[in-house]
Design a protein around this ligand. Structure first.
Ligand SMILES: Cc1cc2nc3c(=O)[nH]c(=O)nc-3n(C[C@H](O)[C@H](O)[C@H](O)COP(=O)(O)OP(=O)(O)OC[C@H]3O[C@@H](n4cnc5c(N)ncnc54)[C@H](O)[C@@H]3O)c2cc1C
Length: 615
């Protein structure tokens, strides 16, 4: 408290406060109200280069409001609201729809009762969207944005949990039309000078707009498997791969970034380049973990593929009738002791805990994926877990579903394919050493038990980020935080946000995550825990430390080489500290220091809050 007060007094005594909110216009990109915004003729010309697929966007909810009100369209919108595929296809929509709103401007166009239309504001919806279907079209859009000093945003499926696939006053490059899936038995990466290099074996090349589910379906037909995530509408070659990417096969086959053999990228200069272990190696390193929307537009990715294998999907559902009591948290401890056994065998576990449900109940659902020859040992561990839970008097509902081919299971639609919800997340990677230590599992559940939860809050425990293959791939150098290589589980706090804009509630939840919940999680392994960029806390105070650690300086240098003018900027992304929150105006060095100072104050406040909470 003393530090904080001293800091505030010093800041305002120096009269520096105003610098935080203003940038000279020369340091800003062109917005629709600026003279430098392209003319209608220029937009028309761009439309011609993308085959007439440039559209001006308005918020999806406008058909429920004022001028554009239509009872029929609004009713249809309400029907589609939670449909993930509809959101993927609609360039003005995002999967977590609260990112369509602007908290800064307090603007939204929320969908209300069709009979009571109210105000609709643009919020964070991009101004124009260019739907691209070829490398040439990507190059045209990139060059148009660069030469007109526009805010360019790359948007694939709109799943991003920090709103990074949209920005106000921007031109959106929509990659959903870059389809194409090609599987080959023997893939040879391109060498720069036609040099002959050995084949990497079977692989699949996917366009940037291919959805995970589309690739899984093609793999099921082709009789192979590929490492991908759980949600079928996430874009496998977009944000998933560039953030690291994990899934059921990660413990046995590695992370998404470990399985990339080659990428095709359109750079900030609009040049198409191939990057792999033989050419443009530095770019290849950076895009594998450096984060989506930061180094160029990925147009295609080639992933290693693997033989199909049998698998058993085993589910345990536990309903605690007395809320999050000691029996519930002891069950979480047992689960945390079981996860390393499974992950070390190459199996995977995904569990969701909902500590507070209506009627003072708590719920834990555990899905385990027992892959090929590890069935027997994994089954023993799960039987032991179930027995312990039942001995504790908690009812367990269990099921086992065997699949001759894992690819069949992967291609099935999953319950995770949900959209149109408000959520704020924060994640940390927990190390293998901590998970396997005698006290580690109980310390984690005791720590989680300290936090307060509401009815929409979910804790996810993902035993699919580490394992033998991730450790082995320690030599496959990529930009992801080094702590991935010693991690065994990702721990995510998902806080539900009210659907209708409630700015006070959003502020409260953000503050709780920043000031109490994340610091409490971080106290588990002080200073050692990285976070997952794909499931981030959007207001992380030190993103470079949390997402890249010792790799950040190299990423910054590569950013300077491949994108010296910062055409590609995202929230939390590489060099984002030099830009304002929406990537519209550069902040000068003084502002960077002030921001760091504010962040330091935040951490002091968080520390102080935690101390007070403890005493
Ligand atoms: C319901 C749900 C389930 C999830 N499940 C998993 C999971 O099982 N495993 C896992 O690892 N992660 C998971 N995630 C996280 C997910 O991987 C990230 O949200 C990811 O960033 C989504 O990428 P996208 O391309 O589909 O989304 P988008 O929102 O379209 O893009 C995400 C980011 O990547 C950039 N980007 C997109 N395409 C390109 C491109 N072609 N070139 C350059 N930049 C690009 C965008 O600018 C943006 O910054 C899940 C997320 C959700 C919401």
């Amino acid at each position: 408290m003393v530090f904080w007060l001293a800091g505030v007094i010093l800041l305002f005594a120096l009269g520096l406060g105003p610098y935080l909110s203003h940038s000279p216009r020369s340091q800003c990109r062109c917005g629709p109200d600026d003279d430098c915004w392209p003319s209608l003729g220029a937009w028309g010309a761009l439309n011609g280069t993308v085959g007439g697929q440039l559209v001006q966007l308005s918020p999806v909810g406008d058909v429920c409001h004022e001028a554009k009100y239509s009872n029929r369209s609004c009713t249809e919108l309400i029907q589609h609201f939670r449909n993930t595929t509809w959101r993927v296809e609609n360039p003005a929509a995002l999967q977590v729809h609260t990112w369509e709103y602007s908290r800064q401007q307090k603007q939204s166009c929320h969908v209300s009762d069709p009979l009571e239309p109210g105000q609709c504001d643009r919020g964070r919806v991009a101004h124009y969207s260019a739907y691209v279907q070829s490398v040439l079209e990507v190059q045209e859009v990139v060059q148009f944005a660069a030469s007109n000093r526009l805010r360019l945003v790359i948007r694939n499926t709109g799943h991003d949990l920090a709103g990074r696939s949209s920005a106000p006053n921007s031109l959106q490059l929509h990659t959903a039309g870059l389809k194409g899936i090609r599987h080959v038995e023997s893939f040879t990466p391109q060498a720069p000078d036609g040099r002959s290099i050995p084949s990497e074996g079977p692989a699949v090349t996917v366009g940037a707009g291919v959805l995970t589910g589309e690739l899984y379906s093609a793999a099921a037909e082709g009789g192979y498997t590929v490492v991908g995530g759980s949600c079928s509408t996430v874009g496998i070659a977009g944000g998933w791969m560039q953030g690291g990417g994990y899934g059921i096969l990660t413990p046995s086959r590695g992370l998404g970034v470990d399985n990339v053999l080659e990428v095709g990228v359109v750079t900030a200069q609009g040049i198409y380049v191939t990057a792999n272990q033989h050419q443009n190696q530095d770019l290849f390193w950076a895009v594998r973990g450096g984060g989506g929307g930061s180094f160029g537009v990925i147009v295609h990715v080639t992933f290693r593929t693997y033989p199909d294998v049998p698998a058993v999907v085993s589910k345990l559902n536990i309903l605690s009738p007395h809320g999050p009591d000691s029996a519930f948290w002891d069950t979480v401890t047992d689960l945390l002791r079981t996860i390393p056994i499974l992950v070390d065998r190459g199996d995977a576990v995904q569990a969701f805990a909902m500590p507070v449900l209506p009627g003072n109940q708590s719920f834990l659902t555990i899905e385990s994926y027992l892959i090929h020859d590890s069935h027997a040992g994994g089954r023993d561990a799960l039987d032991e877990l179930q027995k312990r839970i039942e001995d504790r008097g908690l009812p367990v509902e269990s099921s086992d579903e065997p699949f001759d081919r894992l690819s069949t299971y992967l291609a099935l639609p999953k319950g995770l394919d949900q959209a149109g919800m408000g959520m704020m997340t924060a994640s940390r990677l927990v190390s293998r050493d901590f998970m396997k230590s005698a006290q580690g599992p109980s310390r984690i559940s005791q720590t989680l038990a300290q936090l307060s939860y509401g009815p929409g809050d979910v804790l996810s425990l993902e035993g699919m980020v580490g394992g033998p293959a991730v450790q082995r791939k320690a030599t496959a150098d990529s930009a992801i935080h080094p702590s991935w290589r010693s991690a065994l589980m990702s721990l995510t706090l998902g806080r539900g946000l009210p659907s209708d804009p409630d700015w006070d509630a959003y502020d409260r939840i953000q503050n709780e995550l920043a000031m109490t919940q994340l610091p409490v999680l971080e106290s588990l392994e002080k200073g050692a825990m990285g976070g997952y960029l794909g499931i981030p806390f959007p207001y992380e105070s030190n993103p470079s430390r949390v997402f890249w650690g010792s790799h950040y300086n190299r990423l910054l240098a590569l950013k300077g080489r491949w994108d010296p003018d910062d055409l590609f900027i995202t929230r939390l992304g590489v060099n984002s500290e030099r830009w304002d929150e929406e990537g519209m105006c550069r902040v000068d060095r003084k502002q960077v220091y002030l921001r760091q100072y504010y962040k330091f104050l935040d951490r002091v406040r968080a520390w102080a809050a935690h101390r007070v909470g403890k005493s």
